[in-house]
Design a binder for this molecule. Structure first.
Ligand code: F6R
Length: 666
């Protein structure tokens, strides 16, 4: 064990076999419980007085700023607690963060250097003021916030009730707080005022999945946190340190972050960061640099984060391509640290993901099978491990996740590794759990995605999947290097083509506004246009709350055509008319079939395709690009349509009802 100093912060590190191990792949896989886990946002801060005098950092300012950035994780209530003048002062309010800000305005908190804050997505007890976090214990001297579910809360609550503890909320968090308070006050045997020790003992009793942060009035300069199967990152500052559910919780103050492992406890003061396991043994963290700046997490003049992120897409694709090929057009995915010989032997690929990321996987299937000739299945992660899938050492599992924290995907990846598969994560969030638990990672460089509805991460995921497919094809000699060079050159032109679509979206926006009272919209596509249709429908459902369905156009006559009635709007993603085996003619026939039955046809087609005009009420053209790359363009008008329509309905585009950004729910 050694004590390293990282820029003013003391960090306890335990080298493993003399090495500072980067991934947790040596650690035995711990099965997470099949449980619901909250998806809240969590922030913690400790600063010193000179730091505050220099930079005006009060704990409350830092915590509220962090909560503002993390609100996308959950937004049904929010709360803060600070330690000041030997006591805990807390405020909490149901509803969005603005409600808490109003409460703080009318009932301010004292100035402090130590604080915690929480934004909630309710899992246990409704979204009321009472159930909001923080929860207090030990006679109001301890405050706790929590993301997750304590599975054995009922048994612990009974035990505490018998000791005379009273409860004011319906939450499991209050039980965890009471347990910690009881241990701190009554069970430390001579180690009084040691919140870290109390947290270790409490975590030994807790079952489930959780991130916990606690402050105590007896130890005013400390925030103690614990993590099991729920995200937590440390931010390293100068004379101040931070905790967050992810780096957006402290990105305004530092880009130096430390990943924590599972079942670890971290104690931060203004000048130190100490990590242990649940039994007090020193443990290690891994420092990394956060490569996006705070400005990229701001709206930048757009009406919503989603609009901004739609406009970030040329950059998201360009950044994801950057530095991944050499001057000869050869792919150089040096970060894929899996033995190339193993990759050559792969006889099956399984792509695991959920929601939008799964649609990126469907696009990947067309490309990977075409280029690599490896059978590729795409499976919703939550279905995968419950059907006894056939997975062995020759299976390559590719998970796709923007957040890197999606519990369904994480569980599926763990299961696949247990079965001996090699796992590659395509992920947008540095240091998140899924890449850490995978054999290798290919990061998408889309920058922070704040809006709940995924846009730029989707295009970046597709781009990364293309790179992976091309790399495997290159490695296995499936296609000529000249062909790889050509595809890379075509990919390189995509960002400018996306920009063209964005610049010419006026008529599409007008159409969207005119359709704000529609009750149902259908989406049709074929080949790579099919996942685009699914994604178009999902975007509309989740932010405009309009019934929407995506279908494979060929499936129409097998049932869905019965839905077509007079005036039914149908988006049709039409394939390119170029090429020998074009599906263009077949999709044009599909358009005719639905028009004949009264549908309003809204067509996305390739520039130069004049034949579709005759059958479309509206045509939106996208620039030409090879068929397999087409989703990078045809998706964009559908995103714009959904965002504009939701805005016209007056909805909160970034924070749709019932949803949260990081779905750590199984
Ligand atoms: C939809 C959307 C979700 C996510 C899904 C997976 O707009 O964002 O469907 O794609 O919840 O999330 P990640 O990619 O974080 O694993």
């Amino acid at each position: 064990m050694s004590m390293l100093s990282i820029g003013g912060s003391a960090l306890l590190l335990v080298p493993r076999n003399g090495l500072f191990v980067e991934r947790d792949i040596l650690r035995p896989i711990r099965r997470a419980p099949a449980t619901l886990v909250g998806m809240c946002g969590i922030v913690g801060y400790v600063g010193n007085s000179s730091r505050r005098a220099d930079a005006g950092h009060s704990a409350l300012d830092v915590v509220l700023e962090g909560l503002r950035r993390l609100e996308y994780r959950g937004y049904d209530s929010a709360g803060v607690a600070v330690v000041a003048d030997g006591t805990i002062a807390a405020r909490k309010k149901s509803g969005k963060l603005t409600n808490l800000l109003a409460e703080l305005e009318s009932d301010p908190l004292p100035t402090s250097l130590t604080g915690i804050g929480h934004t909630r997505w309710a899992t246990h007890g409704g979204p009321t003021d009472q159930n909001a976090h923080p929860h207090l214990a030990d006679g109001g001297r301890l405050a706790m916030i929590h993301n997750g579910i304590i599975e054995n809360f009922a048994e612990l609550k009974q035990e505490l009730l018998e000791k005379g503890v009273t409860f004011t909320s319906e939450t499991d968090t209050e039980v965890a707080a009471a347990l910690l308070g009881d241990i701190f006050r009554n069970q430390l045997n001579g180690e009084s005022s040691n919140l870290t020790k109390a947290m270790q003992l409490a975590c030994q009793r807790l079952e489930g999945a959780f991130t916990l942060l606690a402050v105590h009035a007896d130890q005013p300069d400390v925030v103690v946190a614990a993590r099991r199967n729920s995200p937590l990152v440390v931010g390293l500052g100068e004379g101040e340190n931070f905790l967050g559910s992810d780096v957006s919780g402290f990105i305004d103050h530092t880009r130096r972050a430390v990943e924590l492992g599972q079942d670890q406890i971290v104690t931060i003061t203004a000048d130190s960061v100490e990590i242990t396991d649940f039994f007090g043994a020193p443990a290690q963290g891994k420092e990394y640099h956060v490569d996006w700046d705070p400005a990229s997490a701001e709206k930048g003049g757009f009406s919503s984060f989603m609009e901004k992120e739609i406009h970030d897409q040329p950059d998201a694709v360009a950044q994801t391509l950057l530095g991944r090929s050499d001057l000869n057009g050869q792919l150089t995915l040096s970060e894929l640290r899996i033995d190339p010989e193993l990759l050559k032997k792969v006889d099956k690929i399984i792509v695991l993901a959920c929601g939008t990321a799964a649609y990126a996987g469907l696009v990947a299937k067309y490309a990977i099978e075409n280029w690599c000739r490896i059978p590729t299945e795409v499976e919703l992660a939550h279905e995968f491990r419950y059907r006894d899938p056939i997975v062995d050492a020759k299976t390559l599992v590719v998970s796709i996740s923007q957040s890197g924290e999606t519990m369904d995907t994480l569980m599926a990846v763990r299961y696949a590794r247990e079965q001996g598969a090699k796992t590659i994560s395509i992920c947008n969030t540095n240091g998140s759990t899924i890449p850490r638990e995978s054999d290798a990672v290919l990061y998408t460089h889309a920058g922070p995605e704040i809006a709940v509805a995924s846009t730029k991460a989707f295009l970046a995921q597709i781009t990364a999947a293309y790179l992976l497919g091309l790399y495997l094809a290159q490695l296995r000699g499936n296609i000529f290097s000249g062909q790889i060079k050509d595809v890379l050159a075509d990919l390189g032109k995509v960002p400018a083509k996306i920009q063209e679509i964005l610049d010419g979206a006026g008529p599409l926006r007008e159409l969207a506004r005119s359709m704000k009272d529609e009750k149902s919209v259908l989406f049709l596509g074929r080949h790579v246009g099919f996942p685009v249709a699914l994604e178009g429908a999902l975007k509309l459902k989740e932010i405009a709350y309009i019934h929407a369905e995506g279908f494979a156009a060929g499936e129409l006559k097998h049932g869905p055509i019965a839905l077509i009635d007079e005036g039914q709007p149908v988006f049709v993603v039409v394939p390119s008319p170029r090429g020998r085996d074009s599906l263009h003619a077949k999709v044009v026939s599909n358009i005719q079939e639905i028009r004949a039955r009264g549908a309003r046809t809204l067509v996305i087609a390739e520039e130069g395709d004049e034949t579709v005009r005759a059958y479309a009420e509206h045509v939106f053209y996208v620039p030409q690009t090879p068929t397999l790359l087409m989703p990078l363009l045809t998706t964009v008008p559908l995103q714009i349509f959904a965002a504009e329509l939701a805005k016209a309905k007056g909805y909160d585009v970034d924070q749709p009802r019932n949803l949260a950004k990081s779905v750590t729910v199984e």
